[in-house]
Design a protein around this ligand. Structure first.
Ligand code: GLC
Length: 710
């Protein structure tokens, strides 16, 4: 399709219509029937509806084809709709939530999860997914931490790139792909006090050296869309923020794709106090660089008068409309408006055995073994008492799994029984007062108590922030009560965020499962009995107390760093709590044991065109085959800006058999040593750098080298 020519023959209303995204209910029943009640306030007429450029959400191939057919009949030029939806970590086959996938430190799993999500969702005629979420998050109180890849900018970059590549698979003409819309641009994960939709106040140095990295990487990976965030940046709502949408996105990142607001976020700049009315919001949006307006109608109601009044240049509308038309062209929609929709294919592909196997494999590598006092893996002959609110819980898909086919989900009880385990008692109550002497007697008879704790699926995700990070509903009390009677306790915590584990840390074994999706319970049971060996590691710090938050490993040193040994009163510490997390970034155990040899670097002086080779021998000195994620951090000791005490720059996940050794090699180039200045330009300064290699941020060996500018 010659989109430039098409633009020339479009009317003003048809152009602005392309910038409107509405929900499908306007089409599925007779549109004029649906414009009722509060929806009428949107000011949408039948004409507007049949000019809209895209639809948010669709339920099936049949629905999509019905809507597209109705729409195409009513559009003068037959410009097809784009169908967009939130396909975050699965469509009907649900994979582990993103924070869990990050715990695997295996980008191939992230790529596979996105690939399979695209294959399944595209059969319903969905063309764009509002994913990946590339928001860096250092505050577990924020409910959407569950959708993130954690606290580290580099992990975020690697996983975001893998996700975009999985969704788009290199060629959007392939109808089993989804165009990726990376979100939420920008800095949404830094919401003050961890409260969703709250103020964000980041310096440009912080933006460019942490919070923007993921979006930048998504754009480099070819993401076709960027969604703006609800928050302000530098006091200006991101949805109308020229610095973000034009200076950073268009000029610095050279992004050519489409920007879209978040749900009603253009209209909501009135709540921010940044527009008197929708007309001013429309002006600030189009001038700021926003293309599509999701679920509000500022553009459709006011752009015409703004152009007539000479306030808005028609060129801006033409540019935005052309980007939308080009996206439709990239997706092949002008050739096939029903791209992807195929009920027969849906029956064949959705929740296929292969996809369920993929979900199980991802779950295997996403759970984290935090403690194991030589009790796991369990012998299958053990007598088990299964206790706690997650004992019979099967809502394990996690947030943003709106199409997840719950029918295939199981509970720990289901899977323990199916595995042939002798479960002599089950009590899924959380309130300690609901346990009696009968319970205690049986618990005393059991070889092991499997204590299944955690959050309900509705306790994390959008608009589900928390002030307290303790296990909910006094589950610590349940732990202490069970501990009085149990021989051994294996605690499993299911949650969408890092929680405070100070008490359950005393379990004989502690597994953090996150929400692992369709195969959650099966993956856990296979892990308990050794069919799967855990390899997950913490993608975020686990605090001892909410008062420590935000808490992350790659912090700055401050001018008065706390020195536990030579404690000086006037340093950066708390009177009532350590500075350190309970579990730090990268911590996670396996069933075997790895020994690290000496760290070697290829040179102690490096010039810009050099590469620096780092090697270390890893040996599996345990009795089981296992995976180890070896991490390489750097520290720039002295620079114009204060640099973090540690920054992850490389990692490798390796598998070793018992007694097997491997020399792990990393290669650094000058660019790995740099940081971004406040204009987002890379700066690499000469001077001494430390290299730290180890299993996690608290356990590393160090070598140093000097970078000499030529
Ligand atoms: C929501 C979310 C965003 C999602 C959008 C469409 O409010 O913030 O992540 O993609 O609306 O559902």
């Amino acid at each position: 399709m010659d989109t430039k020519h098409l633009l020339e023959i479009m009317t003003f209303d048809e152009k602005v219509g392309q910038l409107l995204q509405i929900a499908p209910f306007f089409f599925i029943k007779h549109a004029d029937v649906e414009i009722a009640g509060e929806v009428k306030d949107l000011g949408l007429s039948r004409k507007n509806i049949f000019h809209a450029g895209s639809v948010l959400g669709i339920g099936s191939a049949e629905e999509m084809m019905q809507v597209q057919e109705l729409y195409m009949k009513n559009h003068r030029l037959g410009i097809p709709l784009i169908f967009m939806a939130d396909i975050i970590h699965g469509y009907e086959t649900i994979f582990p939530v993103p924070i869990a996938l990050a715990s695997s430190f295996n980008p191939e799993l992230v790529k596979q999860a996105s690939r399979t999500s695209a294959v399944e969702a595209s059969t319903a005629g969905i063309h764009v997914t509002f994913a990946p979420m590339a928001d860096l998050v250092r505050d577990p109180r924020w409910g959407r931490v569950v959708e993130s890849f954690g606290e580290d900018p580099y992990v975020n970059e690697v996983m975001v790139q893998a996700s975009v590549e999985g969704f788009q698979a290199g060629d959007l003409k392939d109808e089993r792909t989804l165009a990726s819309c990376v979100k939420h641009f920008a800095g949404y994960g830094a919401s003050e006090a961890g409260r969703d939709y709250n103020t964000v106040d980041l310096s440009r140095i912080q933006l460019h050296n942490g919070y923007l990295n993921g979006y930048k990487k998504a754009i480099e990976a070819g993401a076709k869309m960027v969604m703006t965030s609800f928050n302000v940046v530098e006091g200006i709502p991101a949805t109308v923020n020229r610095y973000l949408l034009r200076e950073v996105l268009r000029d610095l990142y050279q992004f050519k794709g489409v920007t879209i607001s978040d749900y009603d976020s253009l209209h909501q700049i009135l709540n921010h106090g940044c527009a008197e009315d929708d007309k001013e919001a429309a002006e600030r949006g189009i001038m700021g660089g926003l293309d599509i307006e999701m679920a509000s109608t500022c553009y459709i109601k006011h752009l015409k008068e703004l152009v007539d009044e000479g306030v808005v240049d028609m060129k801006l509308i033409d540019e935005a409309c052309l980007r939308v038309l080009d996206l439709k062209n990239d997706l092949g929609l002008f050739d096939n408006p029903y791209r992807g929709a195929n009920p027969t294919e849906a029956n064949r592909l959705v929740m296929s055995k292969e996809h369920l196997e993929q979900s199980l494999k991802a779950a295997y590598e996403s759970l984290i073994l935090l403690e194991n006092k030589d009790i796991l893996p369990l012998n299958k002959q053990v007598k088990v008492a299964l206790i706690g609110p997650h004992a019979t819980y099967d809502m394990t898909n996690g947030p943003w799994s709106w199409r997840g086919n719950q029918a295939h989900n199981t509970s720990l009880y289901d899977e323990l029984k199916a595995f042939g385990v002798d479960v002599i008692h089950v009590n899924d109550q959380v309130d300690v007062s609901s346990y009696n002497e009968h319970d205690f007697k049986i618990i005393r008879e059991a070889d092991v108590v499997i204590l299944a704790l955690g959050e309900h699926v509705r306790e994390s995700g959008e608009a589900h922030s928390k002030a307290s990070l303790r296990l909910p509903r006094h589950q610590d009390d349940l732990f202490h009560m069970i501990k009085q009677h149990a021989k051994k306790i294996v605690t499993i915590v299911t949650a969408g965020r890092p929680l405070i584990l100070n008490d359950v840390k005393e379990s004989d074994a502690l597994i953090y499962s996150w929400f692992l999706g369709t195969k959650h319970a099966l993956a856990i049971v296979h892990t308990l009995f050794g069919l799967n060996h855990p390899s997950g590691k913490c993608p975020m710090s686990f605090p001892m107390h909410e008062g420590q938050v935000p808490l992350y490993y790659n912090h700055l040193n401050t001018g008065r760093p706390y020195q536990p040994q030579g404690h000086n009163e006037f340093t950066s510490y708390y009177l009532d709590m350590p500075n350190e997390p309970l579990y730090t970034f990268g911590e996670g155990l396996t069933y075997t044991k790895f020994m690290y040899g000496d760290l070697h670097v290829s040179k102690t002086e490096m010039i810009p065109q050099d590469t620096l080779d780092i090697t270390i021998d890893i040996t599996n000195v345990g009795e089981y085959t296992g995976h180890e994620t070896v991490m390489l951090f750097i520290r720039d000791r002295v620079a114009a800006i204060s640099r973090p005490v540690m920054e992850l720059k490389k990692w490798q996940k390796i598998q070793l058999n018992p007694n097997e050794s491997k020399t792990v090699q990393f290669r650094l180039t000058a660019i790995d040593l740099g940081y971004y200045d406040q204009e987002g330009k890379t700066v690499i300064e000469p001077g001494w750098f430390d290299i730290m290699v180890g299993p996690h941020a608290k356990d590393t060996q160090k070598q140093s080298f000097k970078f000499i500018k030529g």
